[in-house]
Design a protein around this ligand. Sequence first.
Ligand SMILES: CC(C)(COP(=O)(O)OP(=O)(O)OC[C@H]1O[C@@H](n2cnc3c(N)ncnc32)[C@H](O)[C@@H]1OP(=O)(O)O)[C@@H](O)C(=O)NCCC(=O)NCCS
Length: 148
Amino acid sequence: MPETDAVVIRPLRSDEYASVCAVWQAAGLPTRAAGRDSADAFARQLERNSTTYLAAELDGRLVGVVLGTNDGRKGWINRLAVDPAHRKRGVAKRLLLACEAALGELGIEIVAALIEHGNDASVAAFESAGYQADVPVHYYRKRRRSDI
Ligand SMILES: CC(C)(COP(=O)(O)OP(=O)(O)OC[C@H]1O[C@@H](n2cnc3c(N)ncnc32)[C@H](O)[C@@H]1OP(=O)(O)O)[C@@H](O)C(=O)NCCC(=O)NCCS
């Protein structure tokens, strides 16, 4: 059986914080451990997004994650990451499509993501899952602290 078929996409569990961080670290995604990626924040977010925070599991190990959120108007894809040892086998695409389906179950019909310039792998994964680039935007934000 090809590895991708053996990968199971399922909701994340509250005891998987360390494994999620390990996937982000292996994938090279910076983590705001004192802010929105802290253990407490993860637990709180998971309660609100229990069907859209998803894991890709292979042989009992997490090899990919995605955090799907929604603000009641749009869905958002956050923190998509796949362990480098398991890339280019369709895991990210499956995570994206499963996350979208789960958001759809909540009545969300538009899903968006912010991708940094130059992240070609991410662009390819999103485009492969049917996303289209919209007009270029400047991303503005206001933070209470620099570490969140
Ligand atoms: C982006 C990322 C999640 C893609 O994971 P992946 O499991 O390798 O992606 P998939 O195998 O599902 O690939 C989906 C499509 O993208 C293409 N693709 C994936 N990586 C690519 C790369 N480095 N260059 C070009 N195309 C790539 C695949 O060929 C595939 O195309 P196809 O469906 O037309 O055959 C992974 O590279 C990663 O974890 N990157 C670091 C974290 C990150 O940047 N996350 C995104 C934040 S927005």
